[in-house]
Design a protein around this ligand. Structure first.
Ligand code: ATP
Length: 343
C-alpha cells in the first residue's frame, strides 16, 4: 500500500541547549525508500519516533497521505517499525510473534494464520513458524521482526538501523531482502542509518542530516557527483579539493586553467573530483605530476600524486595500472567530472 509522507519544518527539543531536530522538511513519495543518514546523535531516531507517533514534536507537522497525523495515536498511523534489535517476545513462537499485532486487532483466526504465513514466506522464513526466538540466529530474528512489521500491511515502514547488529555477510543478505520486500509491497519507507554505503545501496533518495539539520536531499549519485558543499563531499569520501578563481567559464587553479562541464559562477571556488574519475592521459585539463604513494586495494590502486606547486591529488585506478613511486605521469581531470562546491 503506497502513501506519501511529508515532514514539515519538524523541530524537537529535549530541553538541552541545542534542539535534536531543527526545521526538518522532506517529502517521501508513495513507494519510495528514503534513507535518513547521519552520524550518531544527529536526530535520526528522534525524527523516526515523531513519524511513528512515539514522540510529539516541539513544532512542525507530519502528514501521511496528505493528512496531518499529529493528533493520531501511533496504532492508528498504520506505520510499522523495525528496530536495531528484533525485540521479539521470547516466550512466544515465531508465528505468535508475527501474528501479535493482528491478534490485538481481533483479526479472525483463519485470516491471521494466512497472513502470518504469507509474511513469513516473504522474508524466507516459512519453515520456522513453530520455533522460539532463542532457537534463531540474529539474522533470522531480524527477518521475523520484518515479517511482524509487514503482516499488518502498513502504509509506512520505518526501519531504525535494522542491520547494524548483524555481521557483515548477514547484513548484505538482509539488505537485499529489505529491498525486495519493499519494492514488492511498494511500502513507503524511511530507513535510518549512519552507514553511508548502506544508504547508497538501499535508498532511492538520501536525506543527509547533521546536528538536527537537513543538509542535502537527493538521489545517491548526486552525493558523489554534485555534493552541495565540502562537508557533504567529505562525508561521502571525497579526497580531492582544489581552490581557484572562476571567470569566463574556466577556473584558474595552481594546476592551470581548468574547464568544467557545468561552469562555476565567477569568484573564488573549491573544485572537487572523485579519485576514480582522475585519468592518466593528456588532453584538456591535463598536467604533469609525480607518483608519491601507491596503495594496492585489490580491486583498484590508490595513488597519491603531487603536481606542480605541491598540489596533492588522489587517483584510484584499475589494479593493472603498474606505476611506481617516483614515476612522472600525465594526469587529466575530465571536465564532466569536475564539480564546483558551494561556499
Ligand atoms: P544514534 O545513531 O546514536 O541512535 P540519532 O541520530 O538517532 O543517534 P537521536 O537519538 O535522535 O540521534 O538523538 C538526537 C539528540 O537528542 C542527541 O544529542 C541525543 O543525546 C538527544 N536525545 C535523544 N533522546 C533523548 C532524550 N530522551 N532525552 C534527552 N536527550 C535526548
Amino acid at each position: 500500500m503506497s502513501t506519501r509522507l511529508e515532514i514539515q519544518d519538524l523541530t524537537h527539543s529535549y530541553g538541552g541547549d541545542r534542539p535534536a531536530l531543527s526545521g526538518l522538511t522532506l517529502s517521501v513519495e508513495p513507494g519510495e525508500l528514503v534513507a535518513l543518514l547521519g552520524p550518531s546523535g544527529c536526530g535520526k531516531t528522534t525524527a523516526l519516533k515523531i513519524i511513528a507517533g512515539l514522540l510529539s514534536p516541539t513544532a512542525g507537522d507530519v502528514r501521511i497521505g496528505g493528512r496531518s497525523v499529529l493528533n493520531v495515536p501511533p496504532e492508528q498511523r498504520e506505520a510499522a517499525m523495525v528496530f536495531q534489535k528484533s525485540l521479539l517476545f521470547p516466550h512466544m513462537t515465531v508465528e505468535s510473534n508475527v501474528g501479535f499485532g493482528l491478534r490485538m486487532r481481533g483479526t479472525p483466526r483463519g485470516e491471521m494464520r494466512e497472513r502470518v504465513e504469507r509474511a513469513l514466506r516473504r522474508v524466507h522464513m516459512g519453515g520456522f513458524a513453530t520455533r522460539k526466538p532463542a532457537a534463531l540466529s540474529g539474522g533470522q530474528q531480524q527477518r521475523v521482526a520484518l515479517a511482524r512489521a509487514l503482516v499488518t500491511e502498513p502504509r509506512l515502514l520505518l526501519l531504525d538501523e535494522p542491520l547494524s547488529a548483524l555481521d557483515a555477510n548477514l547484513r548484505e543478505g538482509m539488505r537485499g531482502l529489505i529491498k525486495e520486500v519493499q519494492r514488492e509491497g511498494k511500502h513507503t519507507t524511511v530507513f535510518v542509518t549512519h552507514d553511508q554505503e548502506e544508504a547508497v545501496i538501499l535508498a532511492d533518495r538520501i536525506a543527509l542530516v547533521t546536528d538536527g539539520h537537513l543538509r542535502m536531499y537527493d538521489r545517491p549519485e548526486a552525493f558523489y557527483d554534485r555534493p552541495l558543499n565540502r562537508e557533504i563531499a567529505e562525508f561521502f569520501g571525497a579526497a580531492n579539493f582544489l581552490h581557484g578563481q572562476a571567470r569566463n567559464g574556466t577556473v584558474e587553479t595552481p594546476l592551470g586553467a581548468l574547464k568544467l562541464a557545468i561552469p562555476a559562477t565567477s569568484g573564488e571556488v573549491t573544485l572537487t573530483i572523485r579519485p576514480e574519475a582522475v585519468r592518466l592521459e593528456g588532453g584538456e585539463n591535463s598536467f604533469s605530476a609525480r607518483v608519491r604513494e601507491a596503495t594496492y586495494l585489490g580491486t583498484q590502486v590508490l595513488y597519491g600524486l603531487e603536481a606542480s606547486g605541491g598540489v596533492a591529488l588522489k587517483a584510484a585506478l584499475p589494479p593493472h595500472t603498474r606505476l611506481t613511486v617516483g614515476d612522472d605521469v600525465l594526469v587529466r581531470l575530465p571536465a564532466e567530472s569536475l564539480w564546483a562546491l558551494g561556499r
